[in-house]
Design a protein around this ligand. Structure first.
Ligand SMILES: Cc1cc2nc3c(=O)[nH]c(=O)nc-3n(C[C@H](O)[C@H](O)[C@H](O)COP(=O)(O)OP(=O)(O)OC[C@H]3O[C@@H](n4cnc5c(N)ncnc54)[C@H](O)[C@@H]3O)c2cc1C
Length: 419
């Protein structure tokens, strides 16, 4: 996007890509379907970024939602959809405002971008890894490639992505390039990443997908985040859409967990969020009365997915073969609590390699949000995930990459042409 926009403004543009193919990560986005943006209104859209910000109350203007406002004012979701429509990639809006190409094929999106760049006259070099920014005295003069070749340039846009899914090419090089010329890197950590849970229960429930559940995150027993939707048990813990969304704030807390053996981070699953505690209790009482002769374990079949039954029986402490009518009020209350407040202790997260996005990156305060220009080095621009900008799932991350790429490419071209 950046290279194409620069060339469209008649700046000679060279795109250097370290792998053998352009847009490798883009081609695997949205499970191969590419959720390229979202139709949410601007304020709602921006709110999907800010929740991961480490908010500095002295400089609230530095929050992502202020930082991105300029770029989104120039090139937002409707512009992106029109852009791809012009490239013969019409889009469709799905659940939650998520936008996909009609053909459900991420390759189409990547190929359209490559075509756009080439049509604008961008020269492309693959297998060309940038290892250093050239220049000095606060001005960029070009880049050095692996092997020592130097390429002169009046402006450089660094759009090397984050450090997750490194096999796609984004292994964190950009952070080193930025640091070499004096930029601050806000410490990186995985965001949108599966979480690791203590004990063997997740393994017992592996493969189980829970729909329409509510998950709350608790820190020392105090709730600090919640979401509603679908989650999944895996051999190590939990994953799926709401877990990925909640992982940003969870990972930030995990970093603070003491080494004293305490496990202050918990999640609470409400398997029956549509019912109040009283309604659920009434339902349990009814079931226990009506099928009073049946064993407790078989009564649970109407209430829980198969893979959870043994786990709940063990946790409740009620013998599996106890007849329904012998279950005490106290036991019933314990069961109700398990169904609406099923606690798991979160002890870690999967590695950066498995994260959908990398949180942290080039400090927003050192970037001019109107141009994406470095405030430290003339002629240097940043775009995409390398910036300390990260959002929820739903198409927000790609829109941020496209919008900042659009602005950075045009700004770099104007810097070069003197326009
Ligand atoms: C599995 C998965 C699914 C995702 N699905 C979605 C989705 O549906 N919707 C959404 O909004 N977001 C999604 N994301 C996030 C989104 O893909 C990224 O945020 C986005 O691709 C970032 O774009 P970028 O251009 O900044 O970086 P990237 O897309 O990572 O591109 C960076 C490029 O720079 C190249 N590069 C790196 N270092 C160098 C170097 N030294 N020299 C030369 N080239 C270099 C890399 O090879 C790479 O091609 C997904 C991510 C993953 C991992």
């Amino acid at each position: 996007m950046a290279a194409g926009q620069a060339a469209a403004l008649r700046a000679p543009a060279l795109l250097l890509e370290r792998t053998a193919r352009l847009g490798t990560k883009l081609r695997i986005t949205g499970k191969g379907r590419c959720n390229l943006t979202n139709t949410a209104e601007l304020d709602d859209f921006l709110a999907h970024f800010s929740f991961l910000d480490v908010v500095d109350t002295r400089h609230p203007e530095g929050e992502s939602r202020y930082f991105l406002r300029n770029a989104f004012a120039r090139f937002f979701a409707p512009d992106l959809m029109a852009f791809f429509q012009d490239l013969n990639v019409p889009t469709v809006v799905e659940r939650g405002g998520r936008v996909f190409p009609v053909g459900s094929d991420a390759h189409q999106v990547a190929e359209a971008l490559v075509r756009f760049a080439r049509e604008q006259g961008v020269q492309v070099r693959v297998r060309s890894r940038v290892t250093r920014l050239l220049g000095g005295g606060g001005i960029v003069k070009g880049v050095e490639l692996e092997g020592g070749e130097q390429v002169a340039a009046e402006a450089v846009v660094v759009a090397t992505g984050g450090a997750s899914y490194p096999k796609t090419g984004s292994s964190g090089d950009g952070y080193r390039l930025a640091e070499q010329v004096g930029h601050t890197i806000v410490p990186i950590h995985p965001a949108l990443v599966p979480l690791v849970v203590a004990g063997s229960e997740p393994r017992q429930m592996m493969g189980l997908s829970l729909r329409n559940v509510e998950v709350r995150l608790l820190w020392h027993g105090q709730e600090f985040a919640r979401d509603f939707g679908e989650m999944l048990f895996t051999h190590y813990g939990v994953s799926g859409p709401i877990i990925l969304t909640l992982s940003g704030p969870a990972v930030a807390r995990l970093g603070k967990a003491g080494a004293d053996g305490q496990r202050p981070l918990e999640m609470s699953i409400n398997l029956k969020p549509a019912l109040s505690p009283e309604q659920l209790d009434a339902r349990l009482r009814r079931d226990l009365d009506r099928f009073g002769k049946r064993a407790y374990r078989s009564l649970l079949k109407g209430l829980l997915p198969q893979k959870m039954i043994d786990v709940v029986v063990a946790r409740s402490g009620i013998p599996a073969d106890k007849p329904g009518h012998q279950i005490t009020a106290e036991e019933r209350a314990g069961l109700r609590e398990l169904l609406q407040d099923f606690r798991l202790s979160i002890v870690g997260h999967r590695p950066l390699d498995e994260a959908i996005v990398t949180a942290g990156g080039v400090d927003r305060g050192e970037i001019d949000p109107r141009t994406m220009a470095s405030r430290l080095v003339r002629g240097l621009y940043f775009a995409g995930e390398i910036l300390d900008v990260q959002a929820d799932t739903g198409g927000y991350n790609l829109q941020a990459a496209f919008s900042t790429g659009y602005v950075a490419g045009q700004s770099a071209a104007r810097f070069v042409t003197g326009d």
